[in-house]
Write a protein that binds this ligand. Structure first.
Ligand code: GUN
Length: 286
């Protein structure tokens, strides 16, 4: 068997087209959606991600403002910038690219983002709302994973989903969203004793470990849906995922590629969240 590729490019284009149409409508009402992106330091991967977000904003008609701060920026300086952006009514969505330099407390920074502008869905208020199924901004990567799974047409309810990785920004929220769709969910991590067996039991396998080629074909159940969240540099310098695509594709029914998979959907979901933030602000003020 050879798996069908879940094309991030095609799905992301549809999400962005929807966002662009909503931006047009907001502009006709006199609202120009705006996303502020803050980058501290010069992490090359972060610079690439931020540039991608700016490109998507431009493609959707969203104004983006970017703040590049030096690596030695103090926490106080960053919090002051965030307070200004929080108070600026022309800014609808704001995010700080992670990771942050060691002198800055990540959670203190996230907590400084007003929940109504938290288009990454990282603040405690949005995380809590997601946990209890209330309307909130969903974190972009897990939301993108769910869109990709839904695109296969398989029903998630009753399926066994295994999420490999327990980060706050991918693994944990991905597990919660799958649970909300009535999957039976297992979260695996670096201390899981029988990882390969757990993976082999998965109808839906989400890999978010950050290790190139970590999930191999022998760990994939025949007919599974495999979602690869990893973005790694392989030994050959090329981008690769957490899943060994060639061997996994022989077993899976559906699989996401890297590049061209989850990463594109993550950015598209950010556009959707930003438009939603602008729409809510317009409804509140108008
Ligand atoms: N670093 C890696 N992924 C993300 C993300 O989705 N948002 C932010 N702000 N930083 C990240």
């Amino acid at each position: 068997m050879s798996a069908q590729r879940i094309e991030g490019k095609v799905l992301a284009a549809a999400v962005k087209a929807r966002a662009a149409a909503q931006v047009e409508q907001l502009k006709r009402q006199g609202v120009e959606p705006c996303l502020a992106v803050v980058l501290v330091g010069e992490n090359p991967a972060s610079q690439t991600y931020v540039a991608g977000k700016e490109r998507d904003c431009a493609a959707c008609g969203i104004r983006s403002v970017r703040y590049d701060l030096p690596a030695e920026t103090s926490q106080q300086e960053l919090l002051e910038l965030l307070a200004r952006l929080a108070a600026d009514d022309t800014v609808h969505g704001m995010l700080v690219q992670l990771p942050l330099p060691a002198q800055i407390d990540e959670q203190a920074v996230i907590a400084a983002i007003p929940p109504e502008k938290d288009v990454d869905g990282f603040t405690p208020v949005n995380v809590g709302r997601m946990m209890i199924g209330q309307p909130c901004f969903l974190p972009c990567t897990p939301a993108g994973c769910l869109e990709m799974i839904r695109s296969t047409g398989i029903s998630i309810a009753g399926k066994h989903a295994v999420v490999v990785g327990r980060s706050n920004i991918v693994g944990k929220p991905a597990a919660m969203l799958l649970l909300a769709e009535n999957a039976t969910v297992t979260i695996c991590h670096s201390r899981t004793a029988d990882l390969a067996d757990q993976c082999r039991a998965a109808d839906i396998l989400v890999a978010a470990v950050g290790k190139p080629g970590f999930i191999t074909g022998d760990m994939v159940k025949p007919g599974a849906v495999v979602i690869d969240v990893g973005i790694n540099r392989g030994a050959d310098g090329k981008l690769c995922g957490d899943v060994d695509y060639a061997s996994a594709a022989e077993k899976a029914a559906f699989i996401t590629p890297v590049p061209g998979g989850v990463g594109l959907m993550t950015r598209a979901m950010l556009m959707e969240n930003t438009v939603q933030a602008a729409r809510r602000a317009a409804e509140k003020n108008g």
